[in-house]
Write a protein that binds this ligand. Structure first.
Ligand SMILES: [Zn+2]
Length: 487
């Protein structure tokens, strides 16, 4: 950033709510269906069709608003925003222009460990439009196809004050917002599927100047990388324009990821370019105070607060705590194991190591992980007490997953018949078969140790623990005590 200048960034984040059906009709919101198979007269706006507000969508928007400390407008009102677009067959979008459901509030987040906070203007409900398809291989160059499945999908749009000052800050804000949305069950936050998209307003001003200056708007940023790169490119462009003594003009831009450049979409339209009118088919929905209170009481611990608590309570390094709170079921699992084992570091190492790896291999989330926290805890207690090596414990974990046998069974069988007596028996057998070499070893040919290990491991089943074999073999070769050559 050039001397004495600062970037001023405000975001509008469009979030798809995690509902099974659309905002005003019963059509499915499932991703990936064949084009135009999830539509009905209501979401297409055919004559005579009447919208009915989806209660679940309101509930999710309220959850988000309450978590962000917004004020709730208990009269949920809608307006029609009239504009023509090929993927909007109604010719208008139902949104909350005059009366957003959630006002004010703020979002806390961290930028590489430094706490930041940004105020929010509001968060409102609206329906999504359809999708124009032109960038696909099956669409001819001069054609645009339209898929209306997204028409009427419930969105909440979160609008920040222009208080972000770098592309990195903007990306960290969105990353934290996504963690929050997932933790609350409000959205799956999958940017690659379009369930979280950003528009960014960006301007440059002399540091500390009171107003934002002329801003451009970059539309439809659909990954954190695109957001950060697009903002960095646009900030540099505006600094260069200023440097040439010219003025930045009010434009709507889009990010061309292939060219790593911003391109002009159209000259900026102003709010008064749209015609708004109250939505006549939807009476204001009155939200009872007790519903709001019930939702407020049911809010979980939010991810950032939890991250900070994990650092404080369990002494975890920030990056590990961040990793564990990325998914609240992961953090739940960790806390259950850490409490039962009493050594948070051990639990954390296993969670971010063996457990994370195994879950990835099995393609399951931690919520679907086949070994419950209580079983992993029993296993780690053995590791903590030195009764089981890390290696052996990992094998017990694999066996539990492969066979579904309870941890108690596996630990009990290890304690009685397997593998210690088995290892001992095989060691005796190997030493007996190679008694000449044993004498050689005892007379100083220490390099033979590797040969004995190899022989023992070869005769043992797969799950033998090399560390255990090594220890037992060393012990055995050191004796009998009368042997003058003993180690
Ligand atoms: Zn529909």
């Amino acid at each position: 950033m050039a001397e004495g200048l600062e970037a001023v960034i405000g975001l509008e984040v469009h979030v798809q709510l995690l509902t099974a059906s659309k905002l005003f009709c019963g059509c499915s919101t499932a991703f990936g269906a064949a084009p135009n198979t999830q539509v009905c007269p209501v979401c297409l706006g055919l004559p005579g069709a009447l919208p009915v507000l989806n209660r679940r969508a309101v509930e999710l928007a309220l959850r988000l608003g309450l978590a962000l400390g917004c004020e709730i407008d208990r009269h949920c009102r809608f307006a029609r925003k009239q504009y023509f677009y090929p993927d909007l067959p109604k010719g208008y979008q139902i949104t909350q222009f005059w009366a957003p459901l959630c006002c004010g509030g703020r979002m806390e987040f961290e930028v590489d460990g430094t706490p930041r906070s940004v105020r929010l203007r509001h968060a409102h409900l609206e329906e999504d439009a359809g999708r124009s398809v032109h960038a696909e291989a099956y669409v001819a160059e001069d054609e645009t196809l339209v898929d209306l499945n997204r028409c009427g999908v419930p969105l909440v749009e979160i609008v920040t004050e222009p208080e972000l000052h770098s592309p990195r800050e903007a990306a960290c804000f969105v990353a934290e917002l996504r963690r929050l949305l997932r933790c609350l069950g409000v959205s799956d936050g999958q940017m690659e599927r379009g369930s979280l998209r950003c528009d960014a307003n960006v301007s440059i001003r002399p540091k500390g100047a009171p107003d934002q200056g002329v801003a451009t708007e970059i539309k439809n940023l659909n990954s954190l990388r695109a957001l950060e790169r697009a903002l960095a490119t646009e900030v540099a462009r505006q600094v260069a324009v200023r440097g040439q003594g010219e003025a930045v003009s009010h434009q709507t831009l889009c990010w061309d990821a292939a060219a790593q450049a911003v391109a002009v979409m159209r000259d900026k339209e102003y709010a008064h370019d749209y015609r708004y009118s109250p939505e006549p088919d939807l009476p204001p929905a009155c939200i009872p105070e007790r519903w709001i209170e019930k939702l407020r009481r049911a809010l979980p611990e939010l991810p950032l607060a939890r991250k900070r608590r994990l650092e404080r309570e369990y002494g975890l390094p920030p990056e590990r705590a961040y990793l564990l709170t990325d998914d609240s079921s992961l953090a739940d699992y960790f806390e259950a194991v850490a409490k039962a084992v009493g050594v948070p570091q051990l639990a954390c190492n296993w969670m971010t190591g063996a457990v994370a790896r195994t879950a990835k291999q099995l393609h399951v989330s931690i919520a679907e992980f086949p070994v419950p926290a209580s079983s992993l805890a029993k296993l780690l207690v053995e590791v903590r007490d030195g009764a089981l090596s890390d290696h052996a414990a990992r094998q017990v974990l694999s066996t539990m997953i492969a066979t579904g046998r309870p941890v108690e069974d596996l630990l009990a069988s290890r304690g009685t018949s397997l593998p210690r007596p088995e290892v001992g028996r095989v060691i005796e057998e190997v030493l007996f078969q190679h008694s000449t070499l044993v004498s050689g070893y005892r007379q100083g040919k220490k390099q033979l140790f590797g040969f004995f290990i190899g022989e023992v491991m070869r005769k043992l089943p797969d799950e033998a623990d090399p560390q255990e074999v090594r220890a037992l073999l060393q012990e055995r070769l050191a004796g009998p005590p009368a042997d003058p050559e003993g180690d």
